[in-house]
Design a protein around this ligand. Structure first.
Ligand code: ZN
Length: 295
């Protein structure tokens, strides 16, 4: 998928289906640079980041989509988040040293569930839950679309640890399900897509992949958009998180130490917060809310 960080949308003109290709290079390397992930976990994290980017195109407003799985296996949490403008980040937490013994998707996570959460910058968040069924993240995502949106979907994901992560998604358009004249079209493009090797998905350009798979289909290709690693942490958000702990707890911390140091798990940025910062933040937010009521 060359070495660009991009998402490429396309449409099967006569089949009532759409598709997307995602390649993460720098963004994947930046997201994993500050963590010493075992290769197996890095591999799955690459898949999560790719899948979150593929799913982020379903957001129709400013906000984020989070894909998060929790289980009772060695891997206790894995999550990736992608915003409407394709800022992506991701993280994993695991137990033990070195490579996990059980490396399959279900073995790593154990019994658990996966949540797809869509959080608008303004408004209500929406969450869909999927059981961790099928021994891959791709199978879970396919189940998610089947259950939540009744949309036939196929997903292919692959990661080269330390290097890049790539993915392909094809999906029947909601209004077209069952109404397309070419009844074999969907199963045909599924079979064609199944012939793509992980190596091809990782190394070929988008044009080459689309030509290699679908040169006998009518495919309309849209301009690609850039994807980048970007963290949403900030001094303001750090203060908000500390304030939400409640006055008593904050006071207790400050009697033991002069400042609270918070390190962002995603990007490793550090924030140092003193009692004076908290007081300033509280008076700023008070001012902002009272001026809102006045005007
Ligand atoms: Zn951060």
């Amino acid at each position: 998928m060359s070495n660009k960080d991009q998402i490429q949308r396309f449409m099967f003109e006569n089949l009532g289906a759409r598709g997307q290709l995602v390649g993460l290079n720098d963004s994947f390397r930046e997201a994993t640079a500050n963590h010493e992930y075992p290769a197996t976990i890095q591999q799955l994290l690459g898949e999560f980041m790719t899948a979150a980017t593929l799913l982020s195109t379903t957001i129709k407003f400013k906000g984020s989509l989070t894909l998060q799985a929790q289980g009772d296996g060695d891997l206790s949490l894995i999550m990736a988040e992608c915003r409407h403008d394709q800022d992506v980040r991701g993280i994993a937490r695991w137990e033990g040293e070195g490579e996990p013994e059980n490396t399959g998707f279900q073995a790593l996570l154990g019994n658990g569930r996966m949540a797809v959460t869509i959080t608008p910058d303004k408004g209500q968040r929406y969450q869909g839950i999927v059981a961790l069924e099928g021994d891959s993240l791709a199978a879970c995502i396919e189940n998610y679309f089947e259950q939540s949106e009744q949309l036939q979907t196929r997903v292919w994901l692959t990661t080269e640890p330390g290097f890049c992560a790539s993915g392909l998604l094809i999906q029947v358009l909601p209004q077209e399900q069952g109404a397309v004249e070419d009844a074999d079209g969907w199963s045909r493009i599924c079979q064609l897509s199944d012939t793509l090797s992980n190596k091809e998905l990782t190394t070929l350009s988008n044009d080459d992949i689309l030509h290699r798979l679908y040169h006998e289909e009518m495919v309309r290709v849209f301009p690609a958009s850039d994807v980048q690693f970007k963290c949403t942490c900030s001094a303001y958000r750090t203060l908000e998180a500390i304030v939400s702990m409640g006055k008593d707890e904050i006071q207790e911390i400050f009697t033991e130490q002069p400042q609270i140091t918070v390190r962002c798990e995603f990007c490793n940025a550090g924030y140092e917060v003193t009692q004076a910062d908290i007081d300033q933040h509280l008076s700023d937010t008070d001012e902002a809310s009272s001026s809102q009521t006045l005007h």
